[in-house]
Design a protein around this ligand. Structure first.
Ligand code: IMP
Length: 179
């Protein structure tokens, strides 16, 4: 285990197992509706989860990426700036947003509204982690890997100052690692 990690919350095996369950659920629900979603992953944190999850969705799915950031000083309004937009038009598509963690919900809420305004047929959310205790936007993910308490986590895509994203598990940092 990485020496900066205080405890492991979810092992690689547990994440893979849960991704299989989510993939099966997504396959069933979209499949029964005769639809196939465009997976839209938000850079950069959701990349490992996207890579794991999509292996377990037995539908003809495609994926694309978006990169967004909050406007400085407008945290409470939840306005976001697009750093990288989708390469394809979303008009009429069923979008499944892939997130690493939904925290306050501001990012996903803003992206959802934007995609709906651009004419997506439906927009749903799949997130590896949900941190409902810090939510300030009325947004609920449709598919949730695990629910965590109010603690900062790293690994499986999630970072602290861009570090620890490549850990194959999700953990909590030792207190001395926060500068
Ligand atoms: P939100 O707009 O507050 O929901 O922010 C979601 C984003 O904040 C996630 O996609 C992460 O990039 C980041 N984030 C929130 N909580 C954590 C955490 O505990 N560890 C690492 N990144 C986090």
């Amino acid at each position: 285990m990485n020496r900066d990690i205080k405890k492991v919350l979810y092992s690689e095996e547990e994440i893979i197992e849960r991704s299989k369950e989510l993939g099966a659920q997504i396959t069933k629900e979209y499949g029964e509706a005769g639809r196939s979603p465009l997976l839209v992953a938000l850079l950069r944190g959701s990349v490992p989860f996207l890579a794991e999850l999509m292996k377990h969705i037995d539908l003809d799915v495609q994926y694309d990426f978006m990169d967004v950031t909050s406007y400085a000083g407008t945290e409470t309004t939840g306005e976001i700036k697009i750093l990288k937009d989708l390469d394809t038009s979303v008009k009429g598509l069923d979008i499944l947003l892939v997130e690493d963690i939904v925290d306050t919900g501001r990012t996903i809420n803003a992206v959802m509204s934007m995609l709906k305004n651009k004419g997506a047929n439906s927009v749903k959310i799949v997130t590896l982690l949900d941190k409902p205790s810090r939510r300030d936007k009325d947004v609920t993910a449709d598919y949730i890997g695990f629910t965590v308490g109010n603690e900062f986590v790293v690994g499986f895509g999630m970072d602290y100052n861009q570090h620890y994203r490549c850990l194959p598990y999700i953990g909590v940092l030792k207190d001395e690692c926060y500068s």
